[in-house]
Design a protein around this ligand. Sequence first.
Ligand code: TYD
Ligand code: MG
Length: 455
Amino acid sequence: MARAQTRYVCSQCGSVASKWAGQCGDCGAWNSFQAEAAPANTPFAAKHSLKSGGAVIALAPLDAGVVLPQRVSTQIAEFDRALGGGLVPGSAVLIGGDPGIGKSTLLLQAAGRMARAGVGVAYVSGEEAADQVRLRARRLGLADAPVLLAAATSVRDILTTLAQQKALGLLVIDSIQTMHSDQLEGAPGTVSQVRASALELIRFAKDSGTALVLVGHVTKDGQIAGPRVLEHMVDATLYFEGERGHQYRILRPVKNRFGGTDEIGVFAMEGDGLAEVPNPSSLFLTARDTPVSGAVVFPSLEGTRPVLVELQALVVKINTGATPRRAVVGWDGGRLAMILAVLEARCGLSFGNCEVYLNVAGGLRVADPAADLAVAAALVSALLDRPIAAETVAFGEVALSGEIRPAAHANLRLKEAAKLGFSHALAPPETKGVGGLRTEPCRTLGVLVDRLARD
Ligand code: TYD
Ligand code: MG
């Protein structure tokens, strides 16, 4: 009899190695390899009948009788928006996020509302007992919603039970890391278990036309398989983000086979669950009477929606010889280093003996490249201790040469800023003002520095 082989699987990216190693060669994660029994090698011909093959069908033209599946609304407009217009029957969606951020709450709310709207819904919790889920449903005002509830972790049990259920529109699995497939050995949460369980559930979804939503916890220590292993298997991946201490939550798509990934869903966590925030443009602003140095309002664009956010910079001179700290919350650290380098090289400002802190207020994460100019303005304002007038916004992309490049949808940004009472914009050259809002073109970062030093 052949000896049982052991192989090592990276819990971050799922790459397989025959020997244990401290670092994964594929994704670079440290200490992420877990041992598991290698599957027995079955010859291809023994697994597959080579005589009967599959069937092929034409992509087009569609027969008159063929009806393409319609998207199903989650009954939560912000959720639909992030999904690109609702759930696609038979598809699998992964919702990732830190523990406690509100994934279960969001999905229970969607499940309850969809069930009320007449969709067959099953909610399987592997983390909470059925009574706990019921308590939460009551708190969310959904105690009477006709959701099929199960507290189970065995994929086989779940699928056997659901196979008898007709017309299931939505199946929620909370979370995939608690699921266990008896097709192979290993504790729930290991990469191979997560992958095998997801595979069985996804196959069920495709066969039955049920929309499947998998919840996946993101952990940094790599003990539980990161959702990255799953990302390849599902049709859409969304991350539920937000700072734990803040009220606001953002549902951000990172992959979508059936739609775009540029629209976010915005929610506020309240006492009775997640409330939708259809007009988030002023959500992340700080109200204050006198301007402070280092604070700048940036008209960001999230998908098609403008969102005004406050960027805050703090520059602290230190006299020790130690390398000064740079800390960023809500923006890209590499991009901050670039802006600092351009300010030093092109404008002669020195941050070499200063600690630099940059924060996006309100817990939003900004990925819009047009934030460059606003970040630069915040940094210069903090360094020179010159406040920027409260009715001013700033946006534009900074090139390594120090020139300011135009930003996408300048008009949309300015309109929103004007609507919220801003009257002045530091903007790329040739940006036209809107309504009562006047633009001040900045051709280079040097122009911005001169302007701030002068005031
Ligand atoms: P939860 O959905 O359990 O998070 P996850 O499934 O992502 O781990 O959310 C837990 C947090 O949400 C918890 O700290 C309490 C808070 N919460 C509210 O503020 N209001 C509510 O109505 C509910 C249900 C939860
Ligand atoms: Mg949960």
